[in-house]
Ligand binder design. Structure first.
Ligand code: GLU
Length: 384
């Protein structure tokens, strides 16, 4: 029997589908996968070279648990110069981004604490909240509002037990970029009710319209914000498992306690490569974003041509979240699309109850695959 803590938690919806897709592919089934949020590009060559160089130089041992000093400095400089976050190297903990979220939940959520998050939101926030004994409090967002969270609803959800608000901009699964004025209103709520903000900015570099604003850069917010981000999406480095948390020194030390008892530190030679990713040439990153934009436009056009589907135009990340009119739950629709249409999508409800009636498409794949995948979706929907 697993712990009571784990009994209530489903496996990650995104990872479950991706595992299923790998299994079907290994059985020789031709699947178009729109499931995993993972760039199909190879990690830029300068980053790979830097990793090989540090391996060859024997940089293969433990590092300080907080991360190597030059990487902490590079992250701090980037967060300060690009996003205006008032941080120094001492405010940075190098850690895989999901690990950061998990540790932050354990460090700052006590049993019974309430955590406000937009619905829909990425799959693992709710699991992390629950594992820490907290209570997720979903604030609905609306398709008609392009899924931008409404500060009035956030305010209305606050109770004396509210400990934290989780934001993710650009958003997985909707591609929504939260405008600066909305972040400002949420910051005011956090300050007036003394609430922490966990700000997941992993897609900060993948923006097509508007600008990324970090809530940690707003006045009086740095000390109450736990910012997480990383390399996976920006530099096509999902397999390298490297990211960071940025917060006050006191909070970073608290989270590092968990790091020291769990992973000890991040992979040494990957940390060296991360310095190259952040400080080295950025041309490949920019080319990837241009490519994602073309794919987004293609996906949106294809959706507009499929009867029974509609979508907002996502402003960032590499997901589109179409609304469908078929009369079946999103989990069932995703199953039908996979088993009959051989196209993998993630059901909207993997991201919270508000995802019912939607599914998520990750368009971080080739234009040919995008065309083929939507063709399969069109044909499968027509048969329902
Ligand atoms: N974040 C990506 C996704 O949503 C990768 C899988 C995961 O971490 O959930 O597909």
């Amino acid at each position: 029997m697993v712990s009571k803590r784990l009994q209530e938690i489903p496996a990650s919806g995104t990872i479950a589908i991706s595992n299923l897709v790998s299994q079907m592919k290994s059985e020789g089934i031709d699947i178009v996968s729109f499931s995993m949020g993972e760039p199909d590009f190879t990690t830029p060559a300068n980053i790979i070279e830097s990793c090989c160089d540090s391996l060859n130089a024997g940089f293969t041992h433990y590092t300080p648990s907080m991360g190597i000093p030059e990487l902490r400095q590079a992250v701090a400089d980037m967060e300060r110069e690009v996003d205006g976050v008032p941080c120094q190297a001492s405010n940075v903990l190098v850690t895989p981004t999901k690990q950061a979220i998990f540790m932050i939940a354990l460090a700052y959520i006590d049993p019974g604490d309430e955590v406000i998050l937009p619905d829909p939101s990425w799959v693992s926030y709710e699991a992390c909240i629950r594992l820490a004994g907290g209570v997720p409090v979903y604030v609905p967002t609306r398709y008609e509002d392009e899924f931008v969270v409404d500060p009035a609803l956030v305010e209305a959800a606050v109770t004396p037990r509210t400990r934290m608000i989780i934001l993710n901009t650009p958003s997985n699964p909707t591609g929504t970029v939260i405008p600066a004025d909305v972040l400002k209103q949420i910051a005011d709520i956090a300050i007036s009710h003394d609430i922490l903000v966990l700000s997941d900015e992993i897609y900060e570099s993948i923006i097509y319209e508007g600008r990324h604003t970090s809530i940690a850069s707003l006045p009086d917010m740095f000390d109450r914000t736990l910012l997480v981000s990383g390399l996976s999406k920006t530099y096509a480095m999902t397999g390298w498992r490297l990211g960071w948390a940025v917060a006050s020194e006191e909070r970073i030390k608290a989270i590092n306690k968990l790091q020291s008892h769990s992973i000890s530190c991040c992979v040494s030679f990957v940390q060296k490569a991360a310095v190259e990713a952040i400080r080295g040439p950025q041309d490949d990153k920019e080319a990837m974003v241009r490519e994602f934009r073309k794919r987004r436009d293609l996906a949106v056009d294809l959706i507009a041509d499929i009867p029974g589907l509609e979508c907002n135009v996502p402003k960032g990340a590499f997901y589109v979240f179409p609304k469908y009119d078929a009369d079946m739950p999103s989990a069932k629709l995703a199953e039908v699309l996979l088993k009959e249409g051989h196209v993998a999508v993630t059901p909207g409800t993997a991201f919270g109850p508000g995802g019912e009636g939607f599914f998520r498409v990750s368009y971080a794949t080739s234009e040919d695959q995008i065309r083929e995948g939507f063709d399969r979706i069109r044909k499968t929907l027509a048969q329902l």
